[in-house]
Design a protein around this ligand. Structure first.
Ligand SMILES: Nc1ncnc2c1ncn2[C@@H]1O[C@H](COP(=O)(O)OP(=O)(O)OP(=O)(O)O)[C@@H](O)[C@H]1O
Ligand SMILES: Nc1ncnc2c1ncn2[C@@H]1O[C@H](COP(=O)(O)OP(=O)(O)OP(=O)(O)O)[C@@H](O)[C@H]1O
Lengths: 228, 228
């Protein structure tokens, strides 16, 4: 049975505590503000009002006896740092810490954070990718310089088979899936559309107008794909 | 040349404004707090201190003459609602609005938001997936009940070829890529590891211990994969 400590019950922390609990894990939720602690009390295993920079209190409440601790403190950087140092010294196996800037992220990693989370940054980056390249519906970086993207099928691809397009040979990318909207006529004659996924599509699949192509490859290879 | 309005320069809005600008777009950045406006002035096309619920000011500054507007206001829900209604009436082609709860998201969609962003929620959900299933390194929901996941290759898969595993037939999932750590010996004999991606891997690829498998399929099919 997985056991987690979530320290800092802002929007990120309280949502994470609740989701982990719903997923069946044991969750110790901590905040120094009593109303926030009361707010989550019914949705977690144990809700504790305390200052996470108080090492005595951390030990007394067993906050360190968990598989992973997530520090969701946002603005109060010193509290996030001190909490991380304490958890590291108490040998918590995995410490995930929120950082609000890249400099803070670098510091937190050096003092023991195994993973960094920066919700506002992550959403800003995802939205910049979506907006910057209009045919680009989504982009997920998988590794340095290597991504999976969702793009609207360029017009020049429509009507061709994957084999004819020779994506791997010509563009050095791979299609991992195609999302296609199919129209169905319901029992009362009502038309409704729904998405079908063809994952790892066959070479004889023909690209249709409106298809969304899931493509994986190096970022420069993706950038070289035709826009239309 | 793409042109955007970013209204609300908290951590999300200011980061997005900066990234869009760096990507070459024209960015109008708006906030009612002067220090935040000054803070981004050098990094965007135009930084304007104004109240986004003031329709006169929106028109006067041409905030509505953009390809898309992103409302990054967090706590002040009424301001987010009124700003969205104004932008909708001024026919901004795409309006992306931040919501801090699901109820607010539903309201914003009804009054004209085309897209919703909730950074804290999105990160909390991503981290819950990562933590809840220890073999699960990452999960991205592609559509209702259909995801792409990254999982550590189960021990029972190691040494077998993709063809032998018959994933599509046995488990109704597809492998879209394999991330493998390869060790290289540098010029001075120093060992360093780096990631290699095999995307849309061939049927004769043999799974190695430590491989990360990118798998696409229905959520229940993914949940049925062996843990080891
Ligand atoms: N030393 C501490 N011990 C316990 N809780 C703390 C401590 N310092 C800060 N917190 C709590 O951390 C929570 C989150 O921090 P903060 O409000 O700064 O982040 P936020 O960026 O507004 O959060 P979100 O964006 O998730 O809503 C707050 O509820 C705060 O009370
Ligand atoms: N009517 C308004 N007109 C212009 N700006 C506004 C208005 N209302 C709020 N803002 C600005 O929106 C910005 C972001 O809102 P807020 O601080 O509530 O969000 P936040 O959740 O703290 O942001 P983040 O998590 O991105 O740091 C603030 O800088 C605030 O000044």
């Amino acid at each position: 049975m997985e056991r987690f400590a979530v320290i800092g019950l802002g929007r990120f922390g309280s949502r994470l505590a609740e989701l982990l609990s719903m997923g069946g894990a044991e969750v110790l939720a901590v905040d120094k503000e009593r109303p926030l602690v009361e707010e989550v009390r019914d949705r977690v295993t144990l809700a504790i009002c305390m200052d996470s920079t108080d090492e005595e209190a951390i030990r007394a409440q067993g906050i360190d006896k968990v598989d992973a601790a997530i520090v969701g403190i946002g603005d109060n950087f010193e509290a996030a740092v001190l909490t991380t140092v304490i958890l590291k010294q108490l040998e918590v196996p995995r410490i995930i810490v929120r950082a609000t800037t890249d400099v803070r992220a670098a510091i937190l990693r050096r003092i023991g954070a195994d993973d960094i989370v920066n919700p506002e940054n992550e959403s800003a980056e995802r939205w910049q990718s979506k907006l910057a390249a209009p045919g680009l519906i989504d982009r997920r970086e998988l590794a340095e310089g290597f991504s999976q993207v969702q793009i609207a099928a360029p017009e020049s691809f429509v009507g061709k088979t994957l084999e004819q397009l020779e994506l791997r040979k010509k563009y050095r990318v791979n299609i991992t899936a195609i999302k296609r909207q199919t129209e169905e006529t319901g029992s009362k004659g009502a038309k409704k559309t729904r998405d079908t996924f063809l994952s790892v599509p066959m070479p004889d699949v023909v690209i249709q107008s409106g298809d969304v192509l899931f493509i994986m490859g190096a970022d420069d290879a993706i950038a070289a794909l035709p826009a239309e």
